[in-house]
Design a protein around this ligand. Structure first.
Ligand SMILES: Cc1ncc(C[n+]2csc(CCOP(=O)(O)OP(=O)(O)O)c2C)c(N)n1
Ligand SMILES: [Mg+2]
Length: 659
């Protein structure tokens, strides 16, 4: 007996209903509504191999509406991924279960990205589709030709980030990007007519997308739309008219099916209505077998692909050596060479210029570095002589003009990293890191190698004033787990921080950079990367020093000037540069004690909020920083205004020493 289409999609519906019921929490409505769309996608279109979830040329399937996580887990289990068993589904939302409340990215599981914060998956998908274009251009369409499919809900499309990401995708004509819009017209508060009256057709067509509209419960319409979208030379949004909670007599079409268990009574009514006579979590053998057949088709697909690319050995080895398995072997010697060069010339440069010099040399060796900026290329110094612009007609490049779309840029960078093998870096002003924050948090949560270049990192930017002068941003970023926040003091440190960022495979990095010039402060030409320890001694006037000055970035130079003045007053001191607190805090006790000697008064110095420095102060020390909004004026005057001058700081220290 052949298995009917709706038995396949009902398998998704009931696994979702049962798992949410057992967990007594979760979101059944969306998987019930979108089950038909994804069944068609997996059955007829998606090229994937559950036996090798890392196949580089697999089609990507992104659940942007992460609250519908049971939809994804059901699909992965049914189609035969080893990552998810029926026991895992029974453990939905329990500690350590792969079936977490919202999908959590894990390489090799079929969970392609972490979603839940609405809109993020859309941005990630744009990044993946750009990555596919970059690889296709490089290795040819026989080697790389995958599609990126996304499910986006009403909420996803209401989020600001969706406007940024979709607009960029249209501009770049990402034809292999196909978004299914779960157009159920319901969100948590009720009907979407409460809050939105966008004309989606006009909206998407104005971005340069195709817009198709179908009944999301009609197998033929769904399949035809996907075929049409696949042949297009633009990205496509397929608006799927669906019923949230499809099959539930009392809750379908209502917000009540969105985010809570249906309840035993209602579930038995759904079972009756959809003629599903199985016990909870039970899938009839023939239905499971049919689903497994859908999954196993991909094995052949991948085999054929492997054979095809084997014929082109150069492609295969280039792809593997320079991208997928690249260990950045030559990086250390390259950085060492550069450090020596600058030790000899000792240039005074803004650290943003230092970063540009670093990028220029690094990108010579590593084609997988994909740069960009949110319309501040010249200010962030992200674009170098080696930058080749990516545009809709040519993806043979390494630089993206993201436009004024910081949030979109950050989530696209996550997608570029998730695709595999590429290392994205992107710039804006540090103050606008706030516009990237939800995606930075996800880079950290997923452990992605994404490098954020944030220039204009303090009141040192001067005249643009308090709207542009970051105060609390460094502290806020430092509060994000698994994120390294670097604030280098000169070209030597900038090169070292870049090296660490590139070598940090599971941790994203922020590199905060100055607008204003700073002198070269590195005292000796060490081969060792001193920034690796997060903090190190730059200069010490006597081993009997009573004062330790900890500073970061541009304030290291200020600390050195304070040290000179202290010496004139017979006060011995030690200046410590702290380019990365996160790395310093992880050092062994001995190293930390060495830096922060017991008999020394600790002073910290950073032109920003003092909150992240408070932990270093013992009873009598002092945090010197700024805990109020900045001022618009030439930068030296602003520093003075906030008491960040040698004279004033020496005065503070003397006062503290007097007790
Ligand atoms: C950025 C963000 N804001 C708010 C939420 C909380 N939230 C989860 S789903 C949702 C909206 C639900 O409507 P829709 O997106 O249409 O999903 P559906 O109910 O149709 O499945 C909201 C506000 C979230 N997950 N992410
Ligand atoms: Mg909805």
């Amino acid at each position: 007996m052949s298995v009917k289409f709706n038995q396949l999609s009902n398998a998704i519906r009931f696994l979702s209903i049962d798992a949410v019921q057992k967990a007594n929490s979760g979101h059944p409505g969306m998987p019930m509504g979108m089950a038909d769309v994804v069944t068609v996608l997996f059955k007829y279109h998606l090229r994937f191999n559950p036996k090798n979830p890392n196949w580089i040329n697999r089609d990507r399937f992104i659940l942007s509406a992460g609250h519908g996580s049971m939809l994804l887990y059901s699909l992965l289990y049914l189609s035969g991924y080893k990552s998810i068993s029926i026991e895992d589904i029974k453990n939905f939302r329990q500690l350590n279960s792969i079936c977490a409340g919202h999908p959590e990215y894990k390489a090799g599981t079929g969970i392609e990205t972490t979603t839940g914060p609405l809109g993020q998956g859309l941005g990630n998908a744009v990044g993946m589709a750009i990555a596919e274009e970059i690889y296709r251009k490089k290795f040819g369409s026989k080697a790389i030709n995958n599609k990126t499919y996304v499910i986006a809900s009403d909420g996803d499309l209401m989020e600001g980030i969706s406007h940024e990401a979709m607009s960029l995708a249209g501009h770049l004509k990402l034809k292999n990007l196909i978004v299914f819009f779960d157009n159920n017209k319901i969100s948590i508060d009720g009907s979407t007519s409460l809050s939105v009256s966008d004309n989606y057709k006009k909206r998407f067509e104005s971005y340069g997308w195709n817009f198709l509209e179908i009944n999301g419960h009609n197998e033929k319409q769904i399949s035809k739309a996907i075929t049409k979208a696949s042949k297009s030379n633009k990205p496509t949004l397929i608006s799927c008219k669906t019923i949230i909670g499809f099959g539930s007599p009392n809750k379908s079409g209502k917000a009540s099916s969105h985010g809570s268990p249906l309840g035993d009574e209602e579930i038995s009514l759904v079972r009756k209505k959809l003629k599903w006579n199985n016990k909870p979590f039970e899938i009839k053998q023939e239905v499971l077998e049919e689903w497994r057949k859908i999954g196993s088709k991909g094995e052949q697909l991948e085999k054929k692909w492997q054979e095809g690319i084997k014929k082109n050995l150069k492609t295969k080895s280039d792809l593997e050596k320079n991208y997928l398995n690249s260990d950045l072997n030559n990086l250390e010697s390259l950085i060492e060479k550069e450090k020596t060069k600058y030790f000899n010339s000792k240039p005074s440069l803004a650290t943003r210029q230092c970063s540009m010099a670093a990028i220029e040399t690094i990108s010579n060796l590593f084609p997988q570095l994909i740069g960009g900026s949110a319309d501040l290329s010249g200010s962030n110094n992200t674009k170098t002589n080696n930058s080749k612009i990516i545009n809709s007609k040519n993806f043979d490049g390494n630089y993206i003009h993201y436009g004024v779309r910081e949030h979109g840029m950050a989530s696209v960078m996550n997608g570029l990293a998730l695709y595999g093998g590429l290392i994205p870096y992107g710039g804006t002003f540090l103050i606008f890191s706030d516009y990237c924050k939800p995606s930075i948090r996800l880079s950290a949560l997923m452990g992605l190698k994404v490098i954020y270049i944030f220039s204009h990192d303090s009141i040192g930017l001067g005249e643009d004033g308090p709207t542009h002068q970051p105060i609390e941003q460094l502290t806020g970023l430092r509060a994000i787990p698994n994120l390294n926040v670097f604030r280098p003091a000169d070209i030597n440190e900038t090169l070292e921080c870049w090296e660490i960022a590139l070598k940090s495979n599971n941790t994203p990095s922020v590199i905060a950079l100055s607008r204003q010039k700073v002198p070269y402060i590195n005292p000796k030409n060490d081969k060792e990367n001193k920034c690796k320890k997060g903090a190190y001694v730059v200069n010490i006037t006597s081993h009997e020093s009573k004062v330790t000055l900890l500073a970061s970035g541009t304030e290291v130079d200020l600390a050195l000037k304070v040290q000179e003045k202290l010496k004139e007053n017979n006060i011995e001191s030690k200046v410590v540069s702290v380019p990365c607190m996160e790395l310093f805090d992880k050092q062994p006790k001995d190293y930390k004690n060495d830096i922060m000697e017991n008999n020394s008064l600790i002073f910290t110095l950073e032109a920003g909020s003092i909150m992240s420095w408070q932990k270093y102060i013992k009873d009598k020390g002092m945090n010197i920083g700024i805990d109020q909004f900045g001022e618009s004026a030439p930068y030296k005057e602003v520093y003075d205004h906030f008491d960040l001058s040698e004279e004033k700081i020496v005065g503070f220290i003397q006062k503290k020493l007097r007790g």
